[in-house]
Ligand binder design. Structure first.
Ligand code: TYD
Ligand code: MG
Length: 455
């Protein structure tokens, strides 16, 4: 301990202090001082032998060995896809998500499915019995899965050196604690320092590590932004806890695309991989209900059809309410303003509620037209038939705008038996209408869509 020196650094301007202060005297910012290690023991990695194992020397880039096929199969097709084809040896992956969303379940499931590797699941959150109970619930047997309940980073490294696991999972980064720093577990300096030790271990041994991390109320990963820089891959596990569907999104990936996403459904016995995303489309509905439309969307690389539901009613209180689930509230306000200003629909005194089915969060702007149609349908109380779907963005002047990969959306809708799809009239370049049995209706303005839908 005595050989380790720490100091406090302002995270905003970098000024160094020997003790903690509430305000940085150099830049005037409050609460920016964080403890950091400035000089560690000679051996590095807190006494382990790994620190000296490999001295770095410059190597010619052409003589560096690499093996593209070296990825480790997680036996979870959705996770494989999001990682870009499996785990890269020596990589550090951070999995973030709100408490209770299913991070521990997902990773334990992966640990149990990887029967060809020795997996070490390190938990600082649950006891061995609790983890065993969860494993029973998941119903997967694996002789190669080991559980360790430990939070001290140095102790963990010692275990890793004797156990030699092939994959390491740490649940969670907020419970890790290193001897190098005195602040309590979960503080920024602890998270940063402990993760950096795990990162060094992963790089030196070429063993992949998964770190589970909690997310703060505002949606960012709890802990410093620097953690996201340090790791190779950042995955986010999200969904509405009241619904079964969960989405695994990649926010950063040094070894693959960030546009891939994995879809799961939380069941009584763990997470089920959803290989056909359009199943989220809830089809058990009455044909004569107004305010429901279907959007042909693309999330990640995959097309899926999603139900949007709107309810428009006279405002009970003075200020009309606007509330959304799974859709950006500001975007809804924008669409309502466009309807009011450009097309003369009086929605200013109406309450508007909007839901995306399945509790999933949509980012694809191609859902705009479906949202608008759902709002109009509810407002006029005329239903849109269930064999019609939509795929277009709406601009500020009320124009129906083109979107990317329209063919893929049309094919998916066609395949699922839809009879009509509304797209932008500026989206028809290179489109072969005769190739599909679905009727492709092109529209340029909101009024045009209204006429074609409600006559
Ligand atoms: P958990 O993995 O503990 O969440 P996190 O680690 O992200 O905090 O999962 C929590 C929820 O998942 C919990 O409310 C119970 C539910 N669950 C199921 O519905 N089915 C299951 O098979 C399991 C294991 C959990
Ligand atoms: Mg957990």
């Amino acid at each position: 301990m005595s050989k380790i020196k720490t100091a406090f650094f302002c995270q905003s301007c970098g000024t160094q202090y020997s003790k903690w202060m509430g305000k940085c005297t150099a830049c005037g910012e409050w609460n920016t001082l964080v403890e950091e290690v400035i000089q560690r023991e000679e051996k590095g990695l807190a006494g382990s032998t790994l620190g000296n194992r490999r001295a770095s020397v410059p190597i010619n880039i052409t003589s560096i060995n690499f093996d593209q096929e070296a990825r480790i199969n997680t036996h979870d097709q959705e996770l494989n896809r999001v990682l870009g084809g499996g785990i890269v040896p020596g990589s550090l992956t951070l999995i973030g998500g709100e408490p209770g969303i299913g991070k521990s379940t997902l990773m334990l499931q992966v640990a149990l499915k990887c029967k060809d590797q020795k997996v070490l699941y390190i938990s600082g959150e649950e006891s061995e019995q609790q983890i065993r109970m969860r494993a029973e619930r998941l119903g997967i047997q694996n002789e190669q899965c080991y559980i360790l309940t430990e939070t001290n980073a140095q102790a963990i490294i010692r275990h890793l050196e004797s156990e030699h696991p092939g994959i390491i999972i740490i649940d969670s980064i907020q419970t890790l604690q290193t001897d190098l720093i005195e602040s309590s577990a979960g503080s920024i300096s602890q998270i940063k320092e402990s993760s950096s030790e795990m990162q060094k271990y992963a790089k030196l041994t070429n063993i992949p590590i998964f770190l589970i991390g909690h997310i703060t109320k505002d949606g960012s990963l709890a802990g410093p932004k620097v953690l996201e820089h340090m790791v190779d891959t950042v995955l986010q596990f999200e969904g509405d806890r009241n619904y079964g569907y969960r989405i695994l999104r990649s926010l950063k990936n040094r070894f693959g695309s960030t546009s891939e996403l994995g879809i799961y459904e939380m069941n009584d016995n763990g997470l089920r991989e959803v290989s056909n995303p359009s199943e989220i489309l809830l089809s058990q509905r009455d044909d004569h209900i107004s305010g429901i439309t279907i959007a042909a969307m693309i999330e990640g690389q995959r097309p899926m059809l999603i139900e949007t539901q709107a309810l428009v009613s006279s405002a009970v209180y003075g200020t009309p309410q606007r509330s959304t689930t799974g859709f950006d509230a500001r975007r809804l306000n924008m669409l309502l303003a466009v309807l009011e200003k450009r097309s003369g629909f009086r929605l200013g005194h109406k309450d508007v509620f909007l839901n995306i089915a399945g509790g999933i969060k949509v980012e694809d702007p191609a859902i705009d037209l479906a949202v608008m149609a759902a709002v109009l349908s509810s407002n006029q109380d005329i239903n849109v038939d269930s064999k019609t779907c939509f795929a277009a963005e709406v601009g500020l002047s009320g124009e129906i705008r083109p979107i990317n990969r329209v063919e893929q959306r049309i094919s998916e809708a066609d395949k699922l038996g839809f009879e009509r799809i509304l797209i932008s009239k500026y989206n028809t370049k290179g489109l072969d209408f005769k190739r599909y049995s679905i009727q492709i209706v092109t529209v340029g303005k909101i009024e045009e869509m209204y006429r074609k839908l409600f006559g």
